[in-house]
Design a protein around this ligand. Sequence first.
Ligand SMILES: [Zn+2]
Length: 126
Amino acid sequence: MARKYLLYLARWQLSTPILAICVAMLMARVGATWSTVVANFIGGLIFFWVDRWIFRNSAMLAGELWEAQVNVVCADCGADVDKGYRLVKARGYDKTSDRQPQFRCHECSSAKYQRDHGGGEAGAGV
Ligand SMILES: [Zn+2]
């Protein structure tokens, strides 16, 4: 959640240059309000597509099914952790009938997710 929040804050900062340039260029001619209106219009034209891409990729992550279990010994590093995670289902991956499910600590779970499913954020921050 914290990583998503930071990503979202970073995304908001991307509109800063557009706002700054528009205000700097138009302020003297049309004033603060109208230069902001123009900046938001340009930002909207660009970030409609950026946000659409972000939400589409988040939806893919949401389509995954994760299982959490309390008091787990991590299958990778052997640490005793309060909560362990495993990916049960994703695109092209189905461990719903796994007889010996392996749970991992947050770090190992994220690392395995990066290895097996490449990039993106592990849904282990539940
Ligand atoms: Zn571990």
